[in-house]
Design a protein around this ligand. Structure first.
Ligand SMILES: [Mg+2]
Length: 375
C-alpha cells in the first residue's frame, strides 16, 4: 500500500460556554483535519491541534506532504523522523509535534483500517478495558463552578478537575465552593503556569486545606527546576504539563524528579508512537501519565483513548475535550463517559466515523474566529 495524497481541512470550533483559565478566556479555536489517502482506497483521518490561525499548520503540512507520497503508511518511525528533520522545524521541536501529530494519527488510522482492527491492538493490546476520565468544571464564578460540580457528581465522575491561577482570593473562593459541592471526591487543580515559585508555594499551602490530589503546572513551562523547587517545598503532589512535550522532556522530568505525575497529549509528543515511548520512560521512573486535553475534537479523544487502553502507567481521571465544543464532528461512536469511563472502541483504525455535515459547518466557521481574550 502506498500513500497517494494528503488533504488538510481547517476547522473553526466554538466552546459551548466561555472557557476560563489562568489569565485567559477562550471562546473557540482551530484544528486541522488531516486525511491520508492510499492507492488501496483506504483513507486515514487525524487532526492537528492548537492551529490558531490554521494557515501556518496547513502550510507546514503541505511542506512535508511530498515526503510521504509513494511511501508505505506502515513506516511511521522513519517517515516522522524524516518530516521532523526536513520539514523546517529545526528550532521548533514542540511546534513540529503539534503540526505532525495529525499526520501521524492518520497513518495509524490507515494501518488499523487495513488490518481490520482497532489501533489499540497494534500498540500493545488491552491493558485496561476502560479508561477513567475526570469531570471538567466550567464556569467563571464560584456559583457557576458549584453548579458545574453538581452536574459532574450527578454524572458519576469520581475525579473532579478545575482551573486555578485566576487570582488568589478568587481561587480560594472557587475551590472552597467546589470542595463543598463534591464532598470527598478527588479534586485536581490546574494553575496553567500562573505562579512564580514563591506564589506557587504560598498558594499551594493555602489550597492544601481543600485536599487537592495534585496541583498541575503551577510555574512557567520553561523551567523544570522551578517546578522541582515547588514540589520540594510543598506537601501536595505536583503534576508537570506545559513543560513536557517530547520524550526527552519526559526523561528530564523523571531525571530531576521534578513532578509526581506527567500530564501529556499525543499532540505534544508528536503522535501515538512517541506517546508510547514517553509513557515507557515515565514508567521506568515509577511515574504515571495522565492524558492531557488541548483544543481538539472527538478525533483526538478517540486516538488518545486507543493508546490509553494499552498503558500500564495511566492515571484515572484523564482529560477529554470534545464535550466542551458545540460541533460534535463524529457520527459515531458516542464517546460520552459513563460514570466517568469509556470502554473499548471496536471499529477498525482509530475507531470513529466523521459527520461530514458537521465538518462542513466547522470548516465554514474557520475564517473568522476570535480564539482568545485575556481577562
Ligand atoms: Mg493542564
Amino acid at each position: 500500500m502506498k500513500i497517494t495524497a494528503i488533504k488538510t481541512t481547517p476547522l473553526g470550533l466554538l466552546f459551548k460556554e466561555p472557557y476560563h483559565w489562568a489569565g485567559h478566556c477562550d471562546f473557540g479555536g482551530h484544528v486541522v483535519v488531516v486525511e491520508v489517502q492510499t492507492d488501496e482506497g483506504i483513507v486515514g483521518i487525524g487532526e492537528s491541534s492548537d492551529a490558531s490561525p490554521p494557515d501556518g499548520t496547513v502550510a507546514f503540512l503541505r511542506g512535508v506532504s511530498e515526503q510521504f507520497i509513494g511511501e508505505s503508511p506502515f513506516d511511521i518511525e522513519r517517515l516522522l523522523r524524516q518530516a521532523r528533520c526536513l520539514g523546517g522545524f529545526s528550532y521548533t521541536p514542540w511546534f513540529a509535534n503539534l503540526v505532525l501529530t495529525g499526520l501521524e494519527m492518520a497513518l495509524w488510522d490507515v494501518i488499523g483500517k487495513s488490518m481490520g482492527c482497532p489501533v489499540y491492538q497494534l500498540l500493545g493490546g488491552v491493558y485496561r478495558e476502560e479508561v477513567d476520565y475526570f469531570g471538567f468544571l466550567q464556569g467563571n464564578t464560584a456559583d457557576e463552578l458549584t453548579r458545574s460540580a453538581e452536574d459532574a457528581v450527578a454524572a458519576g465522575f469520581s475525579v473532579i478537575y478545575m482551573k486555578v491561577g485566576r487570582g488568589e482570593e478568587r481561587d480560594m473562593a472557587n475551590v472552597a465552593a467546589v470542595r463543598d459541592g463534591i464532598g470527598d471526591r478527588r479534586l485536581r487543580l490546574d494553575a496553567n503556569e500562573a505562579w512564580d515559585v514563591g506564589t506557587a508555594i504560598r498558594m499551594i499551602n493555602r489550597l492544601a486545606r481543600f485536599e487537592p490530589e495534585f496541583v498541575e503546572q503551577p510555574t512557567p513551562a520553561h523551567s523544570i527546576p522551578a517546578l522541582k523547587q515547588v514540589k520540594d517545598a510543598v506537601g501536595v503532589p505536583i503534576a508537570a504539563d506545559q513543560c513536557v512535550f517530547t520524550v526527552a522532556d519526559v526523561y528530564e522530568i523523571c531525571r530531576q524528579r521534578a513532578a509526581d505525575v506527567i500530564v501529556l497529549s499525543i499532540h505534544e509528543t508528536g503522535g501515538l508512537l512517541a506517546f508510547k515511548k514517553a509513557a515507557a520512560v515515565a514508567e521506568a521512573a515509577g511515574i504515571a501519565i495522565c492524558l492531557h486535553g488541548r483544543m481538539v475534537t472527538g478525533i483526538t479523544d478517540c486516538a488518545q483513548h486507543q493508546v490509553a487502553l494499552t498503558l500500564p502507567n495511566l492515571t484515572d481521571g484523564n482529560q477529554i475535550m470534545h464535550q466542551l465544543i458545540t460541533e460534535d464532528i463524529l457520527a459515531a461512536p458516542d464517546i460520552t463517559p459513563r460514570k466517568g469511563k469509556i470502554g473499548l472502541l471496536e471499529r477498525p483504525g482509530l475507531g470513529f466515523e466523521l459527520d461530514r455535515d458537521a465538518i462542513e459547518r466547522a470548516k465554514a466557521r474557520s475564517g473568522d474566529l476570535r480564539p482568545t481574550q485575556a481577562i
